[in-house]
Write a protein that binds this ligand. Sequence first.
Ligand SMILES: Nc1ncnc2c1ncn2[C@@H]1O[C@H](COP(=O)(O)OP(=O)(O)O)[C@@H](O)[C@H]1O
Ligand SMILES: [Mg+2]
Length: 253
Amino acid sequence: MADAVLTAERVAKAFGAHKVLSDVRFRIGTDEIVGLLGPNGSGKSTLLNIVSGFSHSDAGEILFLGNSIAGMPSHKIARQGLVRTFQLPSMPHRMTVREVLCAGSRDGAGLLDAFSGKGGDDAEADELIEQFALAPVAHLPASSLSGGQKKLLSIAVALRTQPKLLCLDEPTAGVHPQLRGRMVELLKAFSKRGVAMLVVEHDMHFIRELCGRCIVLDRGEIIADCAPRELTKNERVVEAYLGKSVARQKVSA
Ligand SMILES: Nc1ncnc2c1ncn2[C@@H]1O[C@H](COP(=O)(O)OP(=O)(O)O)[C@@H](O)[C@H]1O
Ligand SMILES: [Mg+2]
């Protein structure tokens, strides 16, 4: 198995008396795309927040490329190459889509150009604009995009930073169904170039196409860690998340 890009050990989190994560442990290899599934409120976003430094666990350990990142602020974690997108991305009002992408270059040169109004050649930004179907809106304010387009832009911006691990929170929500297939192909291509991924998502077709493995949370506990095709055979997953009718359809499909 490839080296671990991320290891979570005994992670726990509570908000007041409400235990949101209990004894969560898993590893993600550098060559993996792992789905993070579970009913609403099961703790998926909280786990992404903890992994990416936007929240801190009460107990446990998080290792990124073998080094502890527990308690580290999000900007430091991002600089090390662990980048995430949000369920509801917000975008700057005064920058166009292309400027936002230019600003995201790894060396920061694009940021200077964007703020100095130059916005010159940036072949990588233009390639991402094409890949993520953002060409028709490239010169519009990023804040004016639809929810789905903001999702696409936030993923493109995250990939621009050349992360080692990309955490995506519901990447297809609001994205046109025709674009979801393209998103799968793009994400797989980036994975082959060394970007591991942890993907929170409800679209099971998308998950089966994209992910080699899935972790399922229910009420803050991991109830399954298996290949997507195994999910429908797991009674706890069917009971807590998929629902019996869905499981029957998938098995007979
Ligand atoms: N900042 C917070 N304060 C209090 N409760 C929270 C907070 N964030 C999340 N929760 C609670 O934690 C649980 C898990 O939430 P979340 O991680 O957003 O679930 P999911 O992403 O799986 O839908 C929910 O019951 C939610 O209400
Ligand atoms: Mg969530």
